[in-house]
Design a protein around this ligand. Structure first.
Ligand SMILES: Nc1ncnc2c1ncn2[C@@H]1O[C@H](COP(=O)(O)OP(=O)(O)OP(=O)(O)O)[C@@H](O)[C@H]1O
Length: 373
């Protein structure tokens, strides 16, 4: 990975106001969903990050903000040093059109993003016409067919003249991937790009994305609620897994570390929920959670947002939200958890009611009992 980041997300918030009606507004009840809250993340050249977390934790919102499709409430996203939203709204060193072309997205529902009344070539050609005006029709056709061949849609001339309804789900998805790749982007956001496919096609599709990533050195952000897929994609590409919970990244690191040496209790619960994932999997009957229900994102818990479900939670966790900090020996492994970093204030505070004396309270890791400072 090159040292200069391709994308820098800094202190990013994306908050959505919710419809309250006249009465709610009159009484000042302006509820806000903090879909993304204080997220910082760097994506390098030729870098791969798999973003995982439960439904509604903010993965798509963060992804869209990263490629300029969602306006931040606070904070910034910079592409090669240029603030994307400043570029969009005014003067900039890198024109917004260049940024737009460089940051592409592949949606889950490929079929719907193709025009049903146009052939594959006609679906793919307009973007080329716009962004590669130097190419004539013959050259555009050649390029489209070469890319169709690259993704295994052969004979390419046959596929180029098909209509979307003549494609299977996997073929439509490959067509959408070609459309994104034709623009030679620096980064592709693949939002649940394989989850709509049959299980048998998923691995093929993931392998294709990895091959393209390798061939063109394109950076990828894969959004997935599935830890196995995240591990496969980030593992093969020597990338990272970022775990999101209620708008925040709570742990990030190399896939082997995240899976076999998770530090955040939420990551542990995700791994628990995915059978056969961890090499150190010990059969635990019940989920490593105090509370199954996810809190209301309009009214998230104070302090660490996971504290209401966390088996390691102490009073300190209800007061302040821990920052992502390096954990363990492995570079690039960070967790936002007091327990993971043997925080003194945490260990000096009381376990939450109902957790006193439980094994989950982590007393055997208490650095005070080990004589740590
Ligand atoms: N345009 C919007 N207006 C209001 N709330 C929104 C909007 N978009 C997303 N949200 C809310 O923001 C939160 C995060 O949504 P988001 O779609 O980013 O989560 P996600 O992790 O991608 O979920 P999923 O895996 O189900 O797609 C959710 O509570 C969602 O209801």
């Amino acid at each position: 990975m090159n040292s200069e980041p391709l994308l820098e997300v800094e202190d990013l918030d994306v908050h959505f106001g919710t419809e309250q009606g006249l009465l709610g507004r009159f009484f000042g009840d302006d509820s806000v969903v903090r879909a993304v809250d204080d997220v910082s993340l760097e994506i390098g050249e030729d870098d791969v990050v798999a973003l995982v977390g439960e439904s509604g934790c903010g993965k798509t919102t963060l992804g869209k903000a990263m490629i300029g499709l969602q306006e931040p409430t606070n904070g910034s996203v910079r592409y090669r040093g240029q603030d994307i939203w400043e570029a969009r709204t005014g003067e900039s060193e890198i024109p917004y059109s260049k940024i737009r072309r460089s940051l592409q997205m592949i949606h889950q529902d490929a079929g719907n993003s193709l025009d049903p009344n146009r052939t594959v070539f006609e679906n793919l050609s307009p973007a080329l016409k716009k962004w590669r005006p130097e190419l004539n029709l013959v050259e555009r056709r050649e390029l489209v067919q070469t890319m169709l061949e690259t993704v295994g849609l052969t004979p390419a001339s046959d596929y180029a003249s098909r209509y979307p309804h003549q494609l299977s789900g996997g073929e439509a998805q490959r067509t959408v991937v070609v459309r994104a790749m034709l623009l030679e982007p620096d980064l592709i956001l693949a939002d649940e790009a394989v989850s709509a496919l049959d299980v048998s096609l998923r691995v093929n599709m993931m392998n294709l994305l990895l091959d393209l990533q390798d061939m063109f050195s394109t950076s990828f952000v894969f959004i997935s609620h599935n830890m196995s897929n995240a591990r496969y994609l980030a593992g093969k590409a020597d990338g990272r897994i970022a775990v999101m919970y209620l708008g925040r990244i709570v742990e990030i690191g190399p896939p082997d570390e995240i899976i076999n040496n998770p530090q955040h209790p939420y990551t542990k619960s995700l791994i628990w929920a995915t059978s056969g994932l961890s090499e150190i999997d010990e059969p635990i009957e019940s989920p490593p959670l105090r509370e199954i229900d996810v809190p209301d994102p309009e009214d998230p818990p104070s302090g660490c947002r996971f504290h209401t479900r966390c088996p390691e939670a102490r009073e300190a966790c209800t007061e302040e939200s821990p920052e992502l900090t390096p954990v363990g020996e492995t570079p690039r492994h960070e967790a936002a958890c007091y327990y993971a970093r043997d925080d003194r204030e945490y260990w000096n505070s009381d376990p939450l009611p109902g957790l006193e004396g439980e094994s989950g309270g982590g007393s055997e890791r208490d650095p005070r009992s080990a004589g740590a400072d």
